[in-house]
Design a protein around this ligand. Structure first.
Ligand code: GLC
Ligand code: CA
Length: 552
């Protein structure tokens, strides 16, 4: 067992716009974040991942960067950033930043030059194509944010590609100068002393050769286009080169956002020998709840999927463990039960994912069980992808009610509402009358201050879990094995390292359940180290959403 700091770390993700507003303009900022570093530290966090804080016109909340070496005005200045980095380091934590290099903003000087004329040196830095004969888009690809993946530019009489919003033109990674400019920028940040990157949308940088139309059996206006740009052959040449030119020369932590990567093909992504990243966010477990599964958690598939990743990377690579982030609805609302079992289910889900092998990521507010929101009007929302969706579905004739149902259930703003610090106005997030996105109405019930005082709060459960993981190497480095594979309510697994063994048992349903486990039969030797949702007394029964961690 070789100790590696980023394997032992617990990461906390901050969405700066919603974390803490220091100057009363209704928008979170870097000074606000600095105010809350002690809070993050006392949770037991080692690494903070901050979502994009670069200069940006903010079409997609900072994922549309107009200057990679400046800070968004809403958030502060580069001095504020330097101070943040210093304050994080003072508290013996590390800071990783979001790296958005599949695309820039259309207001980035590179793009402004690129679109200025077909003869401009930087024209080829982005993906420009002539219209089809009927003047329509160069191909039938749909944007990930709805509508076509192309935008027409009158002056050049060409279309540029945008896999995300129209204000996020895709960079042309085939162009060597583009890659070099990006590497330089990355090295500049690492020389500044940041501790790593979360690399945005990185499985999309390589596009299918020739950008062909995709099959369209249903005669859609535009075809979901993942087959054209997700984890395409040839991507590893780019990733490998990027690593050699950047990360490989620093002691940093890297995690790639790798939609479409499967465990079978993960070697080049995350293996210790040849992987481009230390770990990746895989997406396979995210759809295992919801309409597709009849509104309940699909536990058999969840076990299969997560176990496949656990066993698949064992001894070769490393997992990034997560339930939530700024693109997903709140886990307690989707996978748990935010009504009758709010506290219990939040703790159960936490326990289930947290002790697997990998580095756990906690998204701000997850540690207090923040929930989804249901705002009545589309104007209450901010997310560009949902606003596009609303507009396009309305054009197609879907009703307001039908569209809002989808947004309430799946919308990204569910997890972007301001952090709930206390029971004062605006949940203590801001002194402004209006915040950039409305505060969840349940802030008096769900907030940090309250939970810091309560012994059995979700927050104290997270603290306990983090301490437990820090105390026992087996919870970091131990081998994962699924047990009770067929159980219909319980997710159970062991972690084993040398002669140390732990057992994690979690009932992830709102029902009482029964079980038998061989390891608990030698009852005098087992030690219950963590329990929630019940007392953990019975070795054959579990309460709804009960969770336990044993040393056996
Ligand atoms: C990633 C980010 C998401 C963003 C998109 C485009 O998926 O997590 O928030 O909108 O990339 O940059
Ligand atoms: Ca502010």
């Amino acid at each position: 067992m070789r100790r590696i700091w980023w394997k032992e770390a617990v990461v906390y993700q901050v969405y700066p716009r919603s974390f803490m507003d220091s100057n009363g303009d209704g928008i979170g900022d870097l000074q606000g974040m600095i105010e809350k570093l002690d809070y993050i530290r006392q949770l037991g966090i080692d690494v903070i991942w901050i979502c994009p804080m670069y200069q940006s016109p903010n079409d997609d909340n900072g994922y549309d960067i107009s200057d990679y070496q400046a800070i968004m005005e809403d958030f502060g200045t580069m001095e504020d950033f330097d101070q943040l980095l210093e304050e994080v380091h003072k508290r013996e934590m590390k800071l990783i930043i979001d790296l958005v290099i599949n695309h820039t903003s259309d207001e980035h000087p590179w793009f402004i030059e690129s679109r200025s004329s077909k003869d401009n040196e930087k024209h080829d830095w982005y993906i420009w194509r002539n219209p089809k004969e009927d003047r329509s888009e160069p191909n039938n690809w749909e944007s990930i944010f709805s509508g076509p993946a192309w935008e027409f530019d009158e002056k050049n009489e060409q279309y540029y590609m945008h896999l995300f919003s129209t204000k996020q033109p895709d960079l042309n990674w085939e162009n060597e100068e583009v890659r070099e400019a990006l590497y330089q920028m990355m090295n500049w940040w690492m020389d500044k002393g940041i501790d790593g990157f979360r690399v945005d949308a990185i499985s999309h940088i390589k596009k299918l050769n020739g950008l062909p139309d995709l099959p369209n059996p249903d005669s859609l206006d535009y075809v979901p286009s993942f087959a054209g740009h997700m984890n395409q052959e040839g991507i590893h040449d780019f990733l490998h080169e990027m690593k050699q030119e950047t990360f490989a020369n620093y002691d940093v932590m890297t995690v790639g956002e790798a939609n479409g990567v499967s465990v079978e093909g993960s070697d080049l992504w995350v293996s210790e020998e040849i992987g481009a990243f230390n770990m990746v966010f895989q997406f396979e477990h995210l759809d295992l709840w919801g309409k597709k599964t009849g509104g309940t958690l699909d536990l058999p598939s969840l076990k299969t999927t997560l176990t496949k990743w656990q066993k698949g990377l064992e001894g070769r690579g490393w997992n990034a463990l997560f339930l939530e982030n700024h693109d997903q609805p709140r886990s307690v609302s989707t996978w748990g039960n935010d009504k009758d079992y709010w506290k219990e289910s939040a703790k159960a889900l936490a326990t289930m994912f947290f002790f697997m092998q990998g580095t756990p990521f906690i998204y701000q507010g997850q540690e207090i069980g923040m929930t989804n929101v249901k705002y009545p009007h589309i104007s209450d929302y901010d997310d560009v992808s949902m606003k596009n969706f609303y507009r396009i579905q309305t054009e197609k004739g879907q009703s307001h009610e039908e569209i809002m149902e989808v947004i309430w259930e799946q919308g990204r703003d569910n997890s972007r509402t301001p952090m709930q610090w206390n029971k004062t106005a605006q949940a203590g997030f801001s002194t402004a009358k209006d915040t950039w996105l409305g505060v969840n109405r349940n802030y008096k019930k769900i907030n940090v201050e309250k939970q810091l005082k309560e012994k059995d709060s979700i927050l104290s459960h997270y603290q306990e879990m983090i301490q437990l993981r820090k105390t026992h190497d087996v919870l970091v480095y131990g081998q994962y094995d699924l047990t009770l594979p067929e159980h219909e309510h319980i997710y159970a697994y062991t972690r084993t390292l040398g002669d140390q063994q732990f057992l994690v048992l979690v009932n992830v349903f709102p029902v009482k359940t029964t079980f038998e486990h061989d390891l608990l039969k030698k009852a005098n030797r087992v030690e219950l180290l963590l329990v929630s949702g019940g007392k953990g007394k019975s070795h054959t029964k579990m309460q709804p959403y009960e969770a336990r961690v044993y040393r056996v």
